[in-house]
Write a new protein. Structure first.
Length: 555
């Protein structure tokens, strides 16, 4: 066969083109279009706007990628030769969303307030409305539901005026979930209906699925688990299809909750682990904390208390990165600083207008009054901050105490379960002794009727054996507390293959019974006890020269 290089190269080229076509078809068409706009931008202004559009899209799909575009935009704005105020406000808006997604609420709030100031200066009401919505989400995630509601309603007022139906759907959808946390369920359903109405009016499919997810959450909490599960599975299928990573993580988490409440713990564990895996991969700090807590609860339901406790500790450690006193203090300082700057600006404008009409003496009087008002304001502000910090400290202390009580209750429950097993075993052995005594009574009856095969000597021997058994039973009752919880737990943990009988024999060895005593107590032969000991040694991994008694007593 003659090698033809031109045909081979042509074949290779066609293969590469075909592969490229396949992959390009699989790639998100919207993402391809936005990336193309960046490449085709002919100046800095167009490029910045294209990057902002790309960053906004990625914030909804893979928010960590959006951070790369934010850095590129910042560099372009730093060296731009045009008025960059509008683009800077859009960038601040996106950075605020990113900081909120990684639970950096301080920076999220700061970015939002700076963006609102620029939008108001420029007279762009759409930007103000969107940013108020974003700030409301920050407050909601920081569990300040009153301020969250206030921000959402400001956004709704502007969006109604501007007839921005998709934005109204977003506003009403998250406002509904906010009302759920303050236990106003009638408002919850009302606002979900409004959100659904406006999402359908704007033909926004993703919004409709968001409302579906919200309703599923309510159905879960009122114990309509089958209905909630059906909605959650539909939502998971949709967010996987559009590649929205944060929503995929949330969906797995919520499905795990539903399966737990349906007592299908293996399925619940699968979705809890998927939620934690995705949250760790995408650095979703709030979801990392809640996913650890979710898996801890599933471990608890499965009676794997060690892993449950480990995950609960991981949850507390992760939660501290999201909520702590320092972050709360920083958020309040940003709020107060922003309000103070607005008041100072108003005072300055008023002072300038009065200065043209008032005398120098009146101006001095106004300055003194302003000084005293400022001092009074600062004193009140300091008292408010101190009172708030004391309240938060007390609340956190109460939460820590509750968590410690929970852990102690878990430990107590494990001990009670172990003691219950021991009592059941003792009752079983007691029943065996009662049956032995019944047999002796029957033999005495046979002796009185002079039946063959029953002698007084054999009955006396049985009575001695029964007496000895009773003595051993009393010994077990006196020493059973010495075969304590820690020994049984350690034995089962290090050697999970041991059967219940194996553990029982080890416990009898632990309290010092000989082979004959074990055989007598268990109503079995000495050979059977020897075989059991040999089997236990193999399971414990002991060699022929090692003593089973010595090993057990060292645990």
């Amino acid at each position: 066969m003659i090698f033809k290089p031109r045909k081979s190269l042509l074949f290779l080229w066609l293969l590469l083109v075909g592969t490229q076509l396949v992959f390009s078809q699989e790639k998100d068409s919207t993402l391809v279009r936005l990336e193309k706009q960046v490449k085709l931008a002919t100046n800095d202004s167009l490029k910045v706007l294209a990057l902002i559009n790309l960053g906004e899209y990625e914030l909804k799909r893979d928010f960590n990628k959006a951070r790369t575009y934010h850095h590129e935009i910042s560099k372009l704005l730093a060296s731009a030769n045009y008025n960059t105020k509008y683009h800077k406000a859009l960038l601040l808006q996106q950075e605020g969303i990113y900081h909120r997604k990684v639970a950096n609420y301080t920076d999220a709030l700061r970015c939002g307030l700076e963006a609102i100031k620029i939008f108001e200066d420029l007279g762009i009401e759409e930007g103000v409305a969107t940013t108020y919505h974003n700030i409301g989400v920050v407050y909601k995630y920081d569990k300040d539901y009153a301020r969250a509601t206030e921000s959402f309603k400001k956004a709704i007022g502007l969006n109604l005026k501007l007839k921005r139906y998709k934005s109204l759907g977003d506003n009403y959808n998250i406002l509904a979930s906010n009302y759920y946390y303050i236990q106003q369920l009638d408002s919850v359903w009302h606002y979900y209906d409004l959100a659904h109405k406006y999402f359908e009016k704007s033909n926004y499919e993703e919004g409709v699925y968001r409302v579906m997810a919200g309703r599923a959450g309510i159905l879960t909490n009122i114990k309509k688990h089958k209905e909630a599960l059906a909605l959650r599975l539909k939502e998971l299928e949709y967010v996987k299809r559009i590649g929205k990573k944060e929503a995929i993580t949330q969906s797995h988490f919520q499905i795990s909750v539903i399966y737990s409440r349906m007592k299908q713990y293996q399925k619940s564990m699968y979705h809890a682990e998927k939620s934690l895996e995705l949250a760790l991969k995408e650095n979703q700090k709030k979801l990392i904390a809640t996913s650890y807590k979710r898996r801890s609860r599933v471990y608890y339901y499965l009676k794997d208390y060690k892993n449950a406790l480990d995950d609960y500790r991981s949850y507390k450690k992760a939660l501290d990165k999201v909520y702590n006193l320092q972050k709360a203090k920083e958020i309040r300082e940003i709020e107060l600083s922003n309000k103070f700057q607005q008041e100072r600006l108003k005072d300055s404008l008023r002072f300038e207008s009065e200065k043209k009409l008032a005398t120098a003496a009146l101006a001095q009087e106004n300055q003194r009054r302003t000084l005293w008002m400022t001092i009074a304001f600062l004193v009140v502000l300091a008292l408010v901050i101190i009172a708030y910090l004391l309240y938060r400290q007390r609340a956190l202390r109460a939460e820590r105490d509750a968590q410690e009580r929970l852990i102690k209750n878990l430990e107590l429950q494990r001990r009670v379960e172990t003691k219950t097993e021991e009592v059941n075993e003792l009752l079983t052995e007691t029943i065996q002794h009662i049956k032995s005594k019944e047999r002796l009574a029957e033999n005495l009856q046979k002796l009185s009727t002079e039946k063959e095969g029953i002698t007084l000597k054999s009955i006396i021997a049985d009575l001695k054996a029964s007496k000895a058994d009773n003595a051993k039973l009393m010994l077990i009752k006196q020493n059973i507390e010495q075969v304590n919880f820690e020994f049984i737990k350690k034995l089962k943990t290090e050697h999970p293959k041991l059967t219940k009988t194996d553990v029982e024999i080890c416990s009898l060895i632990r309290i010092g019974l000989s082979r004959k005593e074990v055989a007598s107590l268990r109503n079995t032969s000495l050979d059977a006890v020897k075989m059991s000991r040999s089997r236990i040694k193999k399971k414990l991994g002991l060699s022929a020269g090692q003593s089973l008694d010595t090993y057990i007593n060292t645990l």
